[in-house]
Design a protein around this ligand. Structure first.
Ligand code: CP
Length: 360
């Protein structure tokens, strides 16, 4: 059931637990309106998104299908507001908009927008809402996308916001593409259930880990193993969610012992852009938390290797040609699942399902 976000003050909304915020972010048919955090996606919605993404990628294989998709949302415009660096998320969202015929605008460098003149983020976002019908935003600040969603929903130009990464906190659409990759990888191997997912690297500051860990709780009997040097181990907030949901988990610093038991190894890079004291990450010994040919030899044949990317040296390039290396396909999956998300946000999914049924 959806609720009107304009019925609550910012302070009331801010104080709600994430799960209680969810009805304020959804449309009456259950599709997302604002996409702000992983907790708003349950099993049913994840299945719907994956199905829609599969149909879109099949339709896009032909010229006629591409033209059909490109006619879906020509009456909508999207703003890509990325005040933090990005390659994949920015480009895949831009491509997703192009697939659906949605023209885009962008601000990637706030030193050449009016923020440089002292304009507040609130005023900037309200300005974008005057010209666009959707804002896709990446920011270094936790909670900013949420606040902007509330601000816009209480303005005379209420338009949806998609969080494309908010500080160290959440990266919900990365988690959607990660789940989509897991679903596709295990589709003909018993599905996404009764699996062990191993997270390795900077688990403390990696927002993709927090979002994916939560989404995995929607699937039965998925054990989560967190492998990191102690200073970078996963936060208590993530573990509290797993405990409350009765999900099995383990923390360890023994990467090699954990690899043979993993169905998916999810590598992450050291997020030293968040260092408070310059160079503190460099003092941590991360040498045992890298995936090379020796680690590949320990990985079962059924298993896959994932990475949200960008990588540095935590996965050796020698591993790239192994069929279990899923990270390049994972990245492309992002374009399709983000297209599905935008299609749902703009209410295009029924037309796409109908076209798919009639033509495939
Ligand atoms: N995975 C990810 O968010 O990559 P970018 O920072 O390149 O967008």
């Amino acid at each position: 059931m959806s609720k009107k976000i304009s019925d609550v003050t910012w302070k009331q909304f801010q104080k709600l637990p994430l799960i209680e915020k969810t009805p304020y972010l959804m449309q009456s048919d259950g599709a997302p309106y604002h996409t702000l955090f992983a907790q708003q996606f349950g099993f049913g919605l994840l299945e719907q998104l994956a199905l829609l993404a599969n149909e879109i990628r099949a339709i896009a294989k032909t010229r006629a299908g591409t033209e059909f998709l490109r006619a879906q949302a020509t009456h909508k415009r999207a703003m890509l507001y990325f005040s933090q660096p990005s390659s994949r998320t920015f480009l895949s969202f831009m491509s997703a908009c192009q697939i659906l015929g949605v023209p885009t605008g962008e601000v990637r460098d706030t030193s050449i927008s009016s923020e440089f003149k002292g304009e507040s983020r609130e005023d900037s976002v309200r300005t974008f809402s005057s010209y666009f019908d959707l804002i896709i935003m990446r920011t270094p600040e936790k909670g900013l996308a949420e606040h902007m969603a509330w601000v816009l929903s209480n303005s005379d130009r209420p338009i949806p916001i998609i969080n494309a990464g908010s500080g160290q906190d959440q990266h919900p659409t990365q988690a959607l593409l990660d789940i989509y990759t897991l679903l596709r990888s295990f589709e003909h191997k018993g599905g996404l259930r009764d699996r062990t997912v191993l997270f390795c690297g900077d688990l403390l500051r990696g927002r993709t880990v927090r979002s994916l860990s939560y989404l995995l709780t929607n699937y039965p009997n998925i054990k989560q193993v967190f492998v990191a040097p102690e200073p970078l181990q996963v936060g208590e907030d993530v573990l509290a969610v797993l405990t409350a949901k009765n999900v099995a988990f383990e923390r360890t610093d023994d990467f090699r012992a954990a690899i043979p038991l993993a169905d998916a190894v999810y590598m992450t890079r050291i997020q030293d852009e968040w260092d408070t004291d310059k160079g503190e990450s460099a003092k941590i010994d991360t040498s045992r938390f890298k995936f090379g040919l020796e680690e590949l030899g320990l990985l079962p044949q059924r298993s896959i290797i994932m990475h949200p990317l960008p990588r540095r040296d935590e996965i050796a390039t020698d591993v790239d040609s192994d069929p279990r290396a899923m990270y390049w396909r994972q990245m492309r999956n992002g374009m399709w699942i983000r297209t599905a998300l935008i299609a749902m946000t703009f209410g295009c999914e029924k037309r796409i399902h109908d076209y798919y049924r009639q033509n495939y």
